[in-house]
Write a protein that binds this ligand. Sequence first.
Ligand code: SAH
Length: 497
Amino acid sequence: MQEKNERYKKEYHAKYKQDENRKTVQKSRCPYAKKCGGCQFIDMPYEKQLERKQKELKALLGKFARVSPIIGMEDPLHYRHKVHAVMGYEKGEPIAGVYQEKSHRLVRVDQCLIENEKADAIIQSIRGLLKSFKIKTYDEDSDRGLLRHIMVRVSHATGEIMVILVLRSPILPSKNNFAKALLKLHPEITTIVLNVNDKKTTMVLGQRDIVLYGSGFIYDSLCGVRFRLSPQSFYQVNPLQTEILYREALKLAKLTKKDKVIDAYCGIGTIGLIASRQAGSVLGIELNREAVKDAKENAKHNQCKNIEFACADAGEYMVEMAQAGEKADVVIMDPPRSGSNEAFLSSVCRLSPNRIVYISCGPQSLARDLDYLTAHGYRTERIQPVDLFPMTVHVESVVLLSKRMVDSRKVKVDFSLEDMDLSEFKGKATYEQIKAYVLEETGLKVSSLYIAQIKKKCGLDVGENFNLSKSDNARKPQCTPEKEDAIMQAFKLFGMI
Ligand code: SAH
């Protein structure tokens, strides 16, 4: 393994030296680059790729906090441990490849610079076996043929390999002999699964899995915790960088044995299980049923007794938790690229955790969600990008948000924002609480009279002591626009408007 890494590194650096020495790169280092389009940065030196990602994140997220230097890979090639090939025909020959960018045209790819090499070799072997086993690849247009996709998952830690053959129908001719022949070529394969996808769909996997060989799952480990992976469950594609990402996330979460932690969008429970060693208790929330099954199995396997999992839409589940008046100390969230939704985010605010650790692979949706959270009582403390997807435009970031606290040195009041459930303040925040919030946020001191004036302006009940008549109101000094804005902000935070 070590030797191989060294070899890759040398090859990689030699190639880049060549490219950099040339004034212009005439030929891409990847023969499929033009058609495939998956690696937008394949011909850009890695240092430049990192610089570019850093710059883009700064432009997008810089308004929330300083963006720490991105953590790149030492060897940014062949990092993908999950490889997916679409099967088809070219000039009467079965081929494995990818869909051309923004189209449904299949491009033959025999070897890929970012995919695990063993996985690529297995796919090529399967392709080579098809003819002798009379297995036809699937044709979308005619809805004919059998083999639609091949997926290979290689465990980084254990070397175990899962092969998934996605079929149009459950019957694979001479399936046992086929498995034997494949295993003869690749004895390192630990399990083979047939997945049935009989729908006309762009989704790769169907619902049904039939185990052809082995246990139907493989194990991998991250940060010292072992995980079971099923064909269907989500797992980060770059395990080396994922470990770094999770370490960063946990460093920021600063967990203690007293903390009640929520791991939202938890997949097979990876982050939550690693966190459970430092936390009081963890609740994982995940929509995919198979992933939750794996997560529960993983908890058992690792003897984690302080973690539970809920199979649900994270937004809906959090709304219920907030309505039931539940609380959390830390929320770790890792939503899909499209980000979270308002139901989820508003419930997070109501659960009122001290810290939110937001892991994101979609900087645009992250910026949108940070806008919401920072307008609702949270402050962005750290933004740490990690390059999980070298050669591509994609980038992962982990962000720490903490609840805005009232500085007790500045304000002498007998409450702190930390102890408050903002949802309970609908129209009820006291004048002192509003003053404290405004002072903490803007450094401005506002009087009860000003608050009363703005309340009146918003049509809110000003309370007995401030029930001013119109003329009273006019006679008294008027609030400046700056203070008015700050007071309105407080009204919003406390759910009064
Ligand atoms: N934290 C995990 C998984 C992150 S990927 C890890 O690091 O491995 C995002 C996960 O969110 C996927 O497992 C996906 O199934 C899940 N998901 C997508 N939409 C969801 C929703 N509305 N509610 C809960 N989980 C959801």
